[in-house]
Design a protein around this ligand. Structure first.
Ligand SMILES: NC(=O)c1ccc[n+]([C@@H]2O[C@H](COP(=O)([O-])OP(=O)(O)OC[C@H]3O[C@@H](n4cnc5c(N)ncnc54)[C@H](OP(=O)(O)O)[C@@H]3O)[C@@H](O)[C@H]2O)c1
Length: 235
């Protein structure tokens, strides 16, 4: 399995000045994005190690509200070694964490906010319920971007203006779809898990009209457990 340093070398960011949205997903060989509703069943040690490295490299981790609710996001905290790596590279010890939501379905009492180690961010639109927006403003920075759906270009700009130009998006498929439709995806990091799932489980990108987005393979790494780590760049 690639060790931490090898993953760091393979996924290093060329520069931190250009705003970048990097997607990270794990899927089965047959394209399933979850097993029994969650992604954890697809992961392995290498995938978890890569996730820590990608989190170490970013300024902010962005996730969709449904993924927060389903996967139980809360209290995201990098281990001491990763936090030390960040500090030695001039970054805050922990990345920020942002949730994207139109209806503000993740309440202020959710561990996403209650157990946060850095001030969380809510990316929403003007259509969000005002009372809930005010309640969230007590525990998070609330960015209102767009009228109905979140205007993602505006959101990426607003994050960059706050010094958060390197975005790691951990899904889910509908947030990926919205980012792809807005042509904002710079990179896709995909771990292929050595398993077939079947069923009617969805793919990593959903909710958008069919359209080809050309991607270039940067590398394909693998580990002894049969996981393949693919890094693609847009263009
Ligand atoms: N395999 C993997 O690597 C991986 C990664 C992540 C997630 N997953 C799986 O994916 C599933 C969840 O993904 P999902 O696609 O159903 O949901 P999702 O993308 O995580 O979240 C969808 C929610 O995000 C908000 N949203 C999305 N686009 C928006 C837009 N343009 N403007 C405003 N808000 C927007 C809405 O929140 P509101 O409803 O609050 O308005 C929407 O309901 C789970 O089963 C999870 O386990 C797998």
């Amino acid at each position: 399995m690639p060790n931490r340093a090898e993953f760091h070398a393979a996924y290093a960011l060329p520069d931190r000045t250009t705003p970048r949205v990097r997607m990270n997903f794990v899927s089965s060989i047959d394209g399933a994005v979850s097993v029994e509703g969650r992604s954890g069943g697809l992961g392995g040690d290498g995938d978890r190690r890569l996730m820590q490295v990608l989190r170490s490299l970013c300024d902010v981790v962005l996730v969709g509200a449904r993924t927060v609710l389903v996967e139980g996001y809360g209290g995201l905290r990098l281990e001491a070694e990763d936090a030390a790596w960040r500090e030695s590279h001039g970054l805050p010890a922990q990345p920020r964490l942002a949730v994207m939501s139109r209806t503000l379905s993740v309440g202020p009492e959710h561990p996403f906010f209650a157990e946060a180690v850095t001030r969380p961010i809510v990316v929403t639109s003007a259509a969000a319920p005002v009372e809930q927006r005010e309640a969230l403003a007590a525990v998070a920075d609330v960015l209102v971007c767009g009228d109905d759906d979140v205007d993602l270009a505006e959101a990426v700009r607003a994050l960059a203006e706050r010094g958060l130009s390197q975005v790691l998006c951990e899904g889910g498929p509908h947030v990926f779809g919205a980012l792809a439709e807005a042509d904002l995806v710079s990179e896709v990091c995909l771990t292929l898990s050595p398993v077939l799932v079947g069923g009617d489980v969805g793919r990593i990108l959903r909710g958008t009209p069919e359209r080809e987005h050309a991607m270039r393979l940067v590398h394909a790494l693998s580990d002894d457990d049969g996981f393949v780590f693919l890094r693609y760049r847009a263009g």
